[in-house]
Design a protein around this ligand. Structure first.
Ligand SMILES: [Zn+2]
Length: 630
């Protein structure tokens, strides 16, 4: 009632009429949905009849709990009267509001950011923070709170530091003194949130300081958009929409407020839906849809993928079917908002059954880089990953990529794990980086500068298999009877290690050979991937034996999701610990009975020797299945 008092009688009547046709802001059970409104759209929200029809179009197709109202982007600063009108409109619909800031000078000019050494720019940055904090009790910074400025002032200020070091220090200071402190000075209640983009390997180079900033800001937010893995300059793998959220959750436990997706790169509409549900598989409490304008883009028939019509997880035709709101109104889907709404409705049915996500712990030290984004390729091979910023000494199995070289104590930490009888798997990239730096005290291996072009593999003591295309790998040399090939590859009859192990103290160090082109991991045959999973996932109760591009999401209550990113249906084997003998398909209710794996599967040299149970399942293209172990 208080809200009605604040608006005019005419608006109140129109609001009551609206209630008959408009979907009430009754949200989903397991997460919130927000829509981000750019300054370019916000400034139109005061125009008569601009906002209401557009909002109605969006909000009847997807339930929206919150909107972010942006005050600044690309030097567009929205006036206070317009912002207040927009806020009152959304609040009258029962929708929460928060402010947004994009610190860009010109997005179209290679994402031109502010210069944080230029006094005039610094003043502007501060004023925008103060202005926005005065209007909202929560403010999020979109993707651009970094600097790519190399003006003469910046070059002088940098001095002898590296660009990375200079920018890390510069942006930490700017976060504190130009954004957070001024904002809190004008509004002590304001919650300041920094949203991180999807290029986490390279943050430090442009001043995103993952070590300092999450402690300064009240909340963080994660760009989980991965778009198209092939037809984009970033080439981000689909799995990253899940893994980056988990990584940033581990950086600020309990403080990662949500995942954020736009519609870019969704040449087939399943790709858009996948990003939304992968963000939710990571247990994001909120999903932000970027943006108000994109939610109104029409659904194009050209985005109906070739595999549609086979009841895949994102069913294009079902999504387009008219549906009824609670009040009986029929809605005919028309825009992208419905693709989001449809996806949310489907996953909301089971997300509550998933407990905490678990994966193979991998330490990526703050400000580290090396074998960029590699964890996501392993995720796409079915290895459940979990990136953490500190060394996870408690974990029984640890996976380390080249980025671990940034930890100066890494060799000692590896030794410590092996002494305690725990397993460590390192990549060939890390082996190369640690050569001459102590790794030889564990095992004498040589990462040579020679390559091999391979298609043939031998697993253990005899299982031969082939890749579908040639793979270029680095040649690693070892000493006979000192360390052992778990998986070998052959080039013209001569073999090289693909997966190698060396005894040390009470355990084994494993080395995984990474192809020169990471995407060639997808060409490793199923038998090879299975042997790698047997080691890496030995402490996880389930794995999936199958080709790459079939991912596994594991939760600590015997619930897991198998998702395929392949274009064709695929038969895979779910392999569980022996205490799980039955699976229930959570979506269909179907019960599956497993088969105890015969000794043939547990012969010497394979696996941990523990008894396993296998289930044959089929996954449709670009689809997931959810299982509960029993
Ligand atoms: Zn500059």
């Amino acid at each position: 009632m208080l809200k009605l008092v604040r608006i005019s009688v005419g608006a109140a009547i129109s609001l009551m009429n609206l209630a008959l046709v408009c979907c009430p802001a009754e949200g989903y059970q397991n997460f919130n949905v927000a829509v981000y409104c750019r300054a370019q759209e916000v400034r139109r929200m005061a125009e008569p009849n601009w906002l209401e029809p557009r909002w109605n179009e969006i909000s009847r197709q997807v339930k929206v709990d919150k909107v972010y109202i942006e005050t600044h982007r690309d030097t567009v600063l929205v006036d206070e009267e317009t912002i207040n009108k927009a806020r009152e409109f959304f609040e009258s619909k029962g929708v929460k509001v928060a402010g947004g800031i994009t610190y860009t000078v010109s997005e179209s000019n290679r994402f031109e950011t502010f210069c944080y050494t230029n006094p005039q720019h610094r003043q502007k940055v501060r004023e925008i923070a103060e202005y926005t904090a005065r209007l909202f009790d929560e403010v999020i910074l979109d993707d651009f709170f970094f600097t790519n400025c190399k003006c003469e002032l910046c070059i002088k200020a940098k001095g002898d530091k590296s660009w990375t070091q200079f920018r890390l220090e510069l942006m930490e200071e700017a976060a504190r003194e130009l954004v957070i402190e001024p904002a809190k000075a004008v509004n002590p209640k304001v919650k300041m949130v920094i949203k991180y983009p999807n290029w986490y390997e390279h943050f430090q180079g442009l001043g995103y300081n993952l070590e300092a900033e999450p402690k300064l800001f009240d909340g963080i937010y994660t760009g989980t958009e991965t778009r198209d893995p092939v037809r984009s300059q970033q080439h981000l793998q689909q799995y990253q929409s899940y893994l980056i959220f988990r990584y940033l959750e581990n950086v600020k436990p309990g403080g990662n407020d949500g995942g954020w997706i736009d519609t870019g790169g969704s040449w087939y509409l399943d790709r858009y839906a996948e990003q939304l549900w992968l963000t939710l598989f990571a247990k994001a409490p909120e999903v932000t849809l970027f943006d108000f304008r994109q939610m109104l883009w029409p659904i194009r028939q050209s985005t109906r993928a070739a595999w549609q019509g086979t009841q895949t997880s994102f069913d294009f035709d079902e999504m387009l079917k008219p549906f009824q709101l609670k009040d009986g109104t029929t809605v005919k889907p028309s825009t992208i908002a419905r693709a989001a709404g449809y996806t949310f409705e489907k996953v909301d049915r089971f997300l509550g059954k998933l407990a905490n996500p678990v994966g193979v712990k991998s330490c990526k030290p703050y400000h580290s880089t090396g074998e960029d984004f590699l964890h996501n390729y392993l995720g796409m091979c079915g290895i459940a990953m979990d990136i953490v910023p500190e060394f996870p000494a408690d974990a029984n199995t640890i996976f380390l990529t080249e980025s671990a070289k940034f930890d100066k104590q890494i060799v000692d930490r590896i030794k410590g794990q092996l002494m305690k009888g725990k397993t460590v798997v390192i990549t060939s990239g890390l082996l190369k980086a640690l050569q001459g730096k102590g790794i030889e005290n564990i095992v004498e291996l040589e990462y040579t500068d020679k390559k091999a072009v391979i298609t043939d593999f031998v697993v253990g003591w005899g299982g031969a298999c082939q890749s579908e295309s040639q793979i270029v790998i680095p040649q690693i040399k070892y000493l006979t009877n000192d360390s052992w090939e778990e998986v070998s590859c052959l080039a013209s009859g001569i073999g090289y290690p693909i997966f190698h192990s060396a005894d040390y103290a009470n355990s084994k160090l494993y080395v995984l050979t990474i192809p020169d082109n990471f995407a060639d991991l997808y060409n490793y045959p199923t038998e090879v991937l299975t042997r790698i999973k047997e080691v890496l996932m030995q402490n996880i109760y389930v794995r999936v034996d199958g080709p790459s591009q079939v991912a596994l999401f594991v939760y600590d209550n015997d619930t897991f999701i198998v998702e395929s990113f392949l274009r064709e249906s695929i038969d895979v084997k779910v392999v569980t610990d022996s205490r799980i003998t039955k699976l229930r398909d959570v979506l269909s209710g179907e019960a599956l009975t497993g088969e105890v794996l015969s000794d043939r599967w547990r012969r010497w040299g394979r696996g941990t020797g523990a008894e396993k149970v296998a289930f044959d399942i089929q996954i449709k293209p670009h689809s997931y299945r959810v299982f509960q172990g029993q």
